[in-house]
Design a protein around this ligand. Structure first.
Ligand SMILES: Nc1ncnc2c1ncn2[C@@H]1O[C@H](COP(=O)(O)OP(=O)(O)OP(=O)(O)O)[C@@H](O)[C@H]1O
Ligand SMILES: [Mg+2]
Length: 416
């Protein structure tokens, strides 16, 4: 059974002014529980995210609810810029804390009021995002936390990313086509962000929700990973994995994780492989309005091997011949290695980064003979249905589907 999560300050109707914390850790997660203090003489254990958060968490601004209500004109639906499993996202304008200088445009995520699970994700997001710092990770500016008679309110305030998400650009037909090199630059930046999480910090961070909708784009189309609500610390000491409840998004989660709940950084590598194929094909990982054999992207692409003659048939037709076939084959081979059944055979994110740099170089060098013309056109049904499967929705939508968990509903969860 899941443990309940509390704030330290349990006074009613108070806005939390102190750094948010969990009173109890979830016992089903062994990430912190497995942290053993080694015997004298051996290296000290790395600190946990909550510890790092207390020690060096960047200063986050604590907003009041009225402040954020004002910032969004009463959470006006005209200012709503997105909706995910966590809640609605609004564009807002906040004044500087000291009242000096110009107002800043921000994105404000308002948690659905559906209880403890949402709180746990909110807290994870606050703690992870205040400890990490990288140009390819979205910046958290502050938060709002109110426990009142009328329920809990949890909000997050981020830097505003004006160019929406990679998902929007790949699949929304009202957007102009994302050019080949830009796709590679975006996925390279996302890879750098993941590599930092896996290898660039005192502790290893497993992101657990890598997907195209979580790759946000700034004014220059630089990518930044968002949504750390599902992030977990990696295994420490002799542990090979973290055991957790299976959560994530269907179509992106690694099979061994879905089957066993054993989480490693290699789960992120699998999800990365899925997004590589989304970038190559312009198709979502699951599209239910396609013929049966084409509904699951990973099954469909198997018919067109990366080194085969028919490979170019999977390339996004919107790219026309404006891509490097050599580079595309490299990206597909990289995706295949990320999608190895055996997690140990998947590359590290550093290796992924190197391979993507080569693909970019090949695209720069691409000579006309490298320019590919697809051998024949392939069916490319209109992919305009961008409805997201919300909890309780029927399974007929084309988009990725989130299945509610057995114990406590969270729209992100996968249950097998
Ligand atoms: N910092 C931001 N700046 C600008 N837009 C944002 C920002 N954060 C989120 N959005 C917009 O809100 C949308 C929804 O984001 P959100 O993370 O809530 O949902 P999601 O990624 O689609 O699904 P999930 O909840 O499963 O992660 C994003 O696709 C993006 O368009
Ligand atoms: Mg998201």
């Amino acid at each position: 059974m899941k443990c309940f999560l509390y704030f330290r300050d349990k006074s009613k109707s108070k806005q939390s002014k102190s750094a948010p914390e969990l009173k109890n850790q979830n016992k089903s997660d062994t990430s912190s529980a497995s942290r053993t203090t080694k015997s004298a003489g051996s290296m000290a254990s790395p600190r946990s995210i909550p510890e790092l958060y207390r020690e060096k968490g960047q200063d986050l601004r604590v907003f009041s609810l009225p402040e954020l209500r004002d910032a969004t004109n009463g959470f006006n639906r005209l200012l709503k810029i997105g909706e995910g499993g966590f809640g609605n996202v609004y564009k807002g304008t906040i004044s500087p804390a000291d009242g000096q200088g110009n107002p800043t445009v921000v994105a404000i995520k308002k948690l659905n009021q559906q209880g403890f699970q949402g709180h746990k994700e909110w807290l994870a997001e606050v703690q992870f995002l205040s400890v990490v710092s990288h140009p390819n990770l979205v910046k958290l500016l502050g938060y709002c936390s109110v426990d009142g008679e009328r329920g809990i309110q949890r909000l997050l305030v981020y830097e505003y990313m004006p160019n929406k998400s990679l998902e929007n650009h790949l699949f929304n037909r009202t957007m102009s086509t994302l050019p080949w090199k830009m796709r590679l630059q975006i996925i390279l930046g996302a890879a750098e962000g993941l590599a930092y999480l896996h290898e660039g910090l005192e502790i290893q961070v497993i992101y657990r929700d890598f997907k195209s909708s979580n790759v946000l784009l700034d004014e220059n189309f630089n990518p930044k990973l968002s949504d750390f609500g599902l992030a977990r610390e990696g295994p420490t000491g002799d542990h090979t994995h973290v055991s957790t409840a299976v959560v994530g998004t269907q179509g992106y989660a690694a099979p061994e994780y879905i089957e066993t709940g054993h989480l490693t950084v290699k789960s992120d590598i699998w999800s990365f492989g899925v997004v590589l194929y989304e970038i190559l094909t312009g198709r979502r990982t699951v599209e239910r309005n396609r013929p049966q054999s084409e509904q699951k992207l990973l099954d469909w692409v198997k018919q067109f091997p990366a080194d085969g003659k028919r490979f170019s048939m999977i390339i996004d037709p919107r790219l026309r011949d404006q891509y490097s076939l050599v580079a595309a084959r490299r990206v597909a081979m990289l995706a295949n290695s990320c999608l190895n059944k055996n997690p140990k055979d998947r590359p590290t994110m550093r290796e992924v980064v190197e391979s993507l740099k080569k693909a970019i170089q090949e695209s720069e060098d691409g000579n006309p003979s490298d320019r590919n013309r697809p051998e024949s056109s392939h069916s490319n049904m209109a992919n305009s249905d961008r409805r997201k499967d919300k909890m309780g929705a029927t399974g007929t939508s084309t988009s990725k589907k989130k299945i509610p968990p057995m114990l406590q509903p969270t729209k992100r969860s996968i249950v097998v």
